[in-house]
Design a protein around this ligand. Structure first.
Ligand code: 5GP
Ligand code: ZN
Length: 120
């Protein structure tokens, strides 16, 4: 069974991968799909997600290290395509305390403004 066939039927991001819910897709690779966040928090705000349904980056790395490594490679390609390869913030909200709301692993690629630290 391929990764794309292992979708979770009630998962919003699996439905975006399957084309069942529209999204502004900016890149697709063997392992990932990248699309613009519907509620952007910066001039560039792209979500990069594995095709494999795993709830967070830790479980993805445990389940499929190749897919986890590909996610990082594809994040870099997205940042490069957005013209911000060397200047972006990468966020993996993991768990409810960190404000994760969609439990399909996703990287937030944020750029185009000055960010604060520590995060809120
Ligand atoms: P989290 O809070 O789980 O780290 O991030 C989930 C992100 O998904 C949020 O930034 C939210 O704006 C985005 N999001 C939620 N629903 C949709 C949707 O239907 N389409 C798109 N493109 N983004 C979504
Ligand atoms: Zn999913």
């Amino acid at each position: 069974m391929s990764a794309s066939e292992q979708m979770s039927s009630d998962c919003l991001f699996c439905k975006i991968i399957a084309g069942e819910i529209p999204a502004d897709i900016v890149a697709e690779t063997e392992h990932t799909v990248a699309f613009r966040d519907i509620n952007p928090q910066a001039p560039t705000h792209v979500l990069v997600i594995p095709r494999l349904h795993e709830p967070d980056i830790g479980s993805l790395a445990a389940a499929d290290p190749v897919a986890a490594a590909a996610l990082l490679t594809d994040i870099r390609a997205v940042a490069k395509a957005e013209g911000t390869e060397d200047n972006f913030r990468l966020v993996f909200n993991t768990g409810a305390d960190a404000q994760q709301t969609v439990f399909h692993c996703h990287a937030h690629v944020l750029a185009g403004r000055q960010f604060g630290w520590p995060p809120g």
